[in-house]
Design a protein around this ligand. Structure first.
Ligand code: GLY
Length: 563
C-alpha cells in the first residue's frame, strides 16, 4: 500500500509539475489515500477547497480513527482567494462545565495520568462537528449532506484497515479492551484486527447522517447529544447536555508574520504554534544562518527552539481565559533580547533560560491535510483526538470515539504531561476552557510560491513546521521538505531529540561538546522507531502549477489534477 501511494504521488507530481496554466489544477495531500480521493471527488463535483476540507475531515474521522474524528477537535486555516482573507476556524475541544483544576489529582495531590488519557473523564467537548457545519455554511458551495456523503458511505460500507491502524490498535490494545462498546467496533474478537479486515462503523454512519441532515444541532442536541451524555456518565465522566448545547466554534485571526521576506500565517491561541514559530524565526533572522556550518546552524536553531518553548510554557493558553501578551512575545524587543542571549559556543541549560518560566503540555497522534483548489482557495487543517484512538472510549450507540485532549491542559501546573511537556497557570484546567495545543496548520507565501502545510506530532509539530519553513525559504522541493530528517527541543526536558540520521555522528559529537544533551529518536508513533511526523504539503508556484508531497513516514497520498 505504502509503495503504491509513493509511486502514485511521484507519478502525479511528474505529470503536472511544469507548464501548468494558472487555475488549471487543484492539489490535495492527506494522510490517507481514501481521504485524498474523497477530497478530489468533492472538487470534481463542483465543491471548493472548503467543501473538500469538510469532506476530507469527515473521511479521515472514519478511516483514521486513531488520529482524528468527530469526537475530537482541530484548527482549519482557510484562505479565500476572492477577498484575500485568511481565517482560523477554532474547533478545539472545551473542558466540560463540571471540570475543575484538580480533577486529575489524587488525594495526595499527585497527577493521575490514567484518568487524563483514557476513559470518559479524559474527553473534552468535541469541536469537529460544529466546525464542519460552520465551514460548509459560511465558506462552502455544496450542502453539508453532500460534503458528508463520502464519509457516511465509508462508515456504512466499511474500508480495509492498514498496518498503521494495526500498529496503533496494538499500542492501545489494553485500553481499547476496557470498554466493550469500543472493543466491539475497533477490535476483532477483542484483539488487533487481522490484515485486510474491513472496518464498518454503522453507529458512526447514523451519527454522521444526523449531522448531515440537521447541521450542528443534529450532534449537539437531540438523540446524539443524549446518547453521548448517557455514555459518558455511565463511564464516570462529567458531561451534561448543556456542555454540548453551548459548544461554539470561534473564528480567530491567524498569527501572521514575515521571515526573510516570506509571509507566514499559522495557528493562533489556543494553539501555541503561530506564536512559537514567530519567536523562533524572529530569533533566527538575527543570525546569518546561510554563512554558518551545519553544526553552528543547528546549535542556533536548537537554542531558539528552547527559548520559544519556555515562553509557550509560561504564557500560552486559551485566549478566552488568559490574557496572552502576543504583541510583546512577537515584538522585536523581546525577540532581540532572546536572540542576544544565545551563545555561539555554548548551549544554555533550560533552567537558566528564564527564571520565571514554568512549562506546559500536549498530545501526540493527530492528522493534517492541505488543499488548494483551482480558484486559489487554500485550506491547511490539523485535527486531533490526541493519543492514537483518543480516550479509547465510545459512548454506546454513537460510534463517536472520544478524544483525550484534556491531557493537553496542565493538570498540575509544573508537572509534565504524557509528552514530557509541562505547563503553567495559563493552561490550567477551567470549565469551558480550551486546552493549549501545538497544532500548527500553516501557509507560507514567498515571491515564487505559496505552500500549505502541517503535520501531526504533539509537541514536535511546531519544530517540524519550523524546519519545513526553513527548507521552503531555501527553495527545497515539497518532496524533500516532507522527507527531511528532524530534530527538536522543547525547553523541558532539556534534551535535543532527533530522528535517525537527522544528525551525523560528527554533529552529535560537536553539539555535545557545546553542552547539548542529545537523544536519538522518540515516540513509537508516526512511522516506527526513529521517526516521527506525517507532513502533508501542497505548493502552488507562481505560474499556477502545483506540487505536493505526503510524508514518506506515513501512508498519505497526494493528488494533483486538472479541472
Ligand atoms: N493534541 C495535540 C495538540 O493539540 O497539540
Amino acid at each position: 500500500m505504502k509503495l503504491i501511494s509513493i509511486i502514485f504521488t511521484v507519478f502525479v507530481l511528474f505529470a503536472t509539475s511544469s507548464n501548468a496554466k494558472e487555475g488549471s489544477y487543484h492539489g490535495i495531500a492527506t494522510a490517507h489515500p481514501i481521504a485524498s480521493e474523497v477530497g478530489n471527488e468533492i472538487l470534481k463535483n463542483g465543491g471548493n477547497a472548503f467543501d473538500a476540507a469538510v469532506a476530507v475531515s469527515a473521511a479521515l474521522a472514519v478511516v483514521e480513527p486513531y488520529a482524528s474524528g468527530i469526537g475530537g477537535g482541530g484548527f482549519w486555516l482557510l484562505h479565500r482567494k476572492k477577498d484575500n482573507t485568511t481565517v482560523m476556524i477554532d474547533g478545539r475541544e472545551k473542558a466540560p462545565l463540571k471540570a475543575h483544576r484538580n480533577m486529575y489529582l489524587d488525594n495526595k495531590g499527585n497527577f493521575n495520568k490514567k484518568l487524563a488519557i483514557k476513559g470518559a473523564l479524559a474527553g473534552g467537548i468535541p469541536g469537529v462537528p460544529a466546525a464542519l457545519d460552520h465551514i460548509t455554511r459560511k465558506y462552502g458551495r455544496l450542502s453539508l449532506s453532500a460534503n458528508l456523503a463520502p464519509a457516511i458511505r465509508l462508515a456504512k460500507d466499511g474500508y480495509q484497515i492498514d498496518d498503521k491502524y494495526r500498529l496503533y490498535a496494538k499500542l492501545r490494545l489494553d485500553s481499547l479492551r476496557e470498554d466493550p462498546d469500543t472493543a466491539r467496533i475497533f477490535l476483532h474478537n477483542n484483539n488487533v484486527p487481522p490484515e485486510k479486515h474491513v472496518l464498518k462503523q454503522p453507529d458512526l454512519a447514523s451519527t454522521l447522517e444526523l449531522l448531515a441532515t440537521q447541521g450542528a444541532k443534529g450532534f449537539y442536541s437531540g438523540n446524539t447529544a443524549q446518547l453521548l451524555v448517557n455514555g459518558i456518565n455511565k463511564g464516570a465522566g462529567i458531561w451534561t447536555l448543556k456542555d454540548l448545547e453551548q459548544y461554539k466554534v470561534v473564528e480567530r485571526e491567524p498569527i501572521s508574520f514575515t521571515y526573510r521576506g516570506m509571509k507566514i500565517s499559522s495557528a493562533s491561541p489556543p494553539s501555541s504554534g503561530g506564536i512559537a514559530l514567530a519567536e523562533i524565526l524572529g530569533m533566527l533572522e538575527k543570525f546569518d544562518l546561510d554563512k554558518m556550518d551545519n553544526i553552528r546552524r543547528k546549535h542556533i536553531i536548537i537554542e531558539a527552539m528552547k527559548r520559544a518553548y519556555a515562553d509557550r510554557a509560561q504564557f500560552l493558553g486559551d485566549p478566552d481565559f488568559t490574557s496572552i501578551p502576543v504583541k510583546q512575545l512577537m515584538g522585536d524587543k523581546h525577540i532581540s533580547r532572546q536572540a542576544g542571549e544565545i551563545r555561539n559556543n555554548e548551549a544554555t541549560p533550560s533552567e537558566f533560560i528564564s527564571t520565571y518560566a514554568k512549562p506546559d503540555g500536549n498530545g501526540n497522534d493527530t492528522t493534517h491535510f492541505s488543499i488548494i483548489d483551482h480558484e486559489g482557495n487554500m485550506v491547511s487543517a490539523t485535527l486531533s483526538i490526541n493519543f492514537p484512538f483518543g480516550a479509547c472510549f465510545v459512548p454506546a450507540g454513537t460510534g463517536v470515539l472520544l478524544n483525550n485532549e484534556m491531557d493537553d491542559f496542565a493538570a498540575k501546573p509544573g508537572t509534565p504531561n504524557a509528552y514530557g511537556l509541562i505547563g503553567g497557570e495559563a493552561n490550567a484546567i477551567a470549565p469551558g476552557k480550551r486546552p493549549l495545543s501545538s497544532m500548527s496548520p500553516t501557509l507560507i507565501t514567498s515571491d515564487n510560491a505559496t505552500a500549505v502545510l502541517g503535520t501531526p506530532g504533539g509537541s514536535r509539530i511546531i519544530t517540524m513546521v519550523l524546519l519545513a519553513i526553513l527548507d521552503f525559504s531555501n527553495g527545497v522541493s515539497a518532496a524533500d521538505i516532507v522527507s527531511h530528517r528532524r530534530f527538536h527541543h522543547q525547553y523541558l526536558p532539556d534534551v535535543v531529540m532527533y530522528e535517525d540520521n537527522a544528525l551525523t555522528d560528527k554533529e552529535v559529537a560537536a553539539l555535545s561538546l557545546l553542552g547539548h544533551r542529545l537523544k536519538r529518536k522518540m515516540s513509537p508513533y508516526g512511522g516506527g522507531q526513529g521517526s516521527y511526523g506525517n507532513m502533508q504539503i501542497v505548493v502552488q508556484h507562481r505560474d499556477g502549477s502545483i506540487s505536493a508531497a505526503s510524508d514518506p513516514r506515513g501512508h498519505g497520498m497526494t493528488l494533483i489534477l486538472s479541472r
